[in-house]
Design a protein around this ligand. Structure first.
Ligand code: ADE
Ligand code: ZN
Length: 320
């Protein structure tokens, strides 16, 4: 499984930071982060909102473009070791320079240099999706959108909101999505993870997204499942994340196979792998064990992911 080529469309740059990496940075900077780790040295959280708190505490030690370059090098080596050939990652100008455009450009430069090095070394391609953080509120979603619009290009290819889906409605963030769309960015939104089908519908109707981050709770509304299949909306499904965060009690309860069998375009990603004790190899292993998926199923999954990738058409065609 480990050597199969893999494409993942849904990771968060800071969420890929291994606990040891964060502990080392905290030590270097004299920050006490002991409260976010368990007795085995892994991240410790009690539920989704607490996960977001721990995520932001871990992120707080990433304070310079060089820290993000180190992070990018570390996570791409790890992904490549699991056969990942192409990945898209959410990255937040709120964490990279506080929403300031000039600072964002410096972080972006460091991240893209690191990504280019990894591509030259291991062949892995990384592209970026700028992410406003939903629980920071609609007003604060505007600066990341402007940062994305001003740096759209070879590396910044999309806009996709993450964070606490319980906060407001997708339409409250329409300004950010409109700004990004006008700049030529592709759009996705986290929905149908901690809220139900309405959240997915609103993301499609009010924000005009072509992909949905998670979207798994669409299964609760058969008409929505039909709509997703009909419109070809792609779901960035992260089964290990969903089980770890308690969206579903077990892999057997996860709806990915039912969604796929209903004609919905599903893809598989890790979201925040060290937080959920997962890797792409582990996701594939569990899908094979739970649903009997074979190499042919994984190849088909990767074709869907390649077609839905936000990169330019030459890069996409090379993946197909
Ligand atoms: N940010 C990082 N991981 C996330 C998730 N699973 N849902 C929403 N926001 C996130
Ligand atoms: Zn996510």
């Amino acid at each position: 499984m480990k050597s199969l080529p893999k494409i993942e469309l849904h990771t968060h740059l800071e969420g890929c930071a291994p606990p040891a990496f964060v502990r080392d940075l905290a030590k270097e900077k004299g920050v006490d982060l002991s409260g976010i780790f368990d007795e085995h040295g892994g991240y410790a959280y009690t539920g989704f909102v607490d996960f977001l708190r721990v995520y932001e505490a871990a992120t707080s030690v990433l304070r310079s473009p060089e820290d993000y370059a180190r992070l990018t090098r570390t996570i791409l080596a790890e992904m490549a070791a699991h056969g990942v050939i192409y990945a898209e990652t959410f990255v937040s100008p709120d964490f990279c320079g506080g929403g300031d455009l000039a600072a964002w450009r410096e972080y972006l430069h460091a991240i893209t240099e690191a990504a280019a090095q990894a591509e030259a070394q291991d062949g892995i391609i990384l592209k970026g999706i700028v992410t406003p953080i939903r629980h920071f509120g609609p007003e604060r979603s505007k600066a990341p959108a402007v940062c994305a619009a001003e740096t759209v290009g070879d590396w910044v290819v999309g806009l996709g909101m993450g964070g606490d889906e319980g906060n407001g409605h997708p339409r409250d963030f329409a300004w950010a999505f409109d700004c990004a769309r006008e700049a030529g960015l592709r759009l996705t939104n986290h929905a149908g993870e901690f809220r139900g089908p309405d959240s997915v519908r609103e993301s499609i109707e009010d924000l005009g997204v072509e992909r949905i981050g998670h979207g798994v709770r669409s299964i609760e509304d058969p008409a929505l499942v039909e709509l997703l299949a009909e419109k070809g909306i792609v779901l960035e499904v992260c089964p290990g994340s969903n089980v770890a965060l308690g969206v579903y009690p077990s892999w057997a309860d996860h709806p990915i196979a039912r969604l796929r069998d209903a004609g919905v375009k599903v893809t598989v990603s890790t979201d925040d792998p060290p937080f959920f004790h997962t890797t792409m190899t582990h996701e594939y292993d569990r899908l094979a064990d739970t649903f009997g998926w074979s190499e042919d199923d994984f190849a088909a999954l990767n074709r869907v992911a390649a077609e839905a990738a936000f990169c330019d058409s030459d890069t996409r065609d090379a993946l197909l």
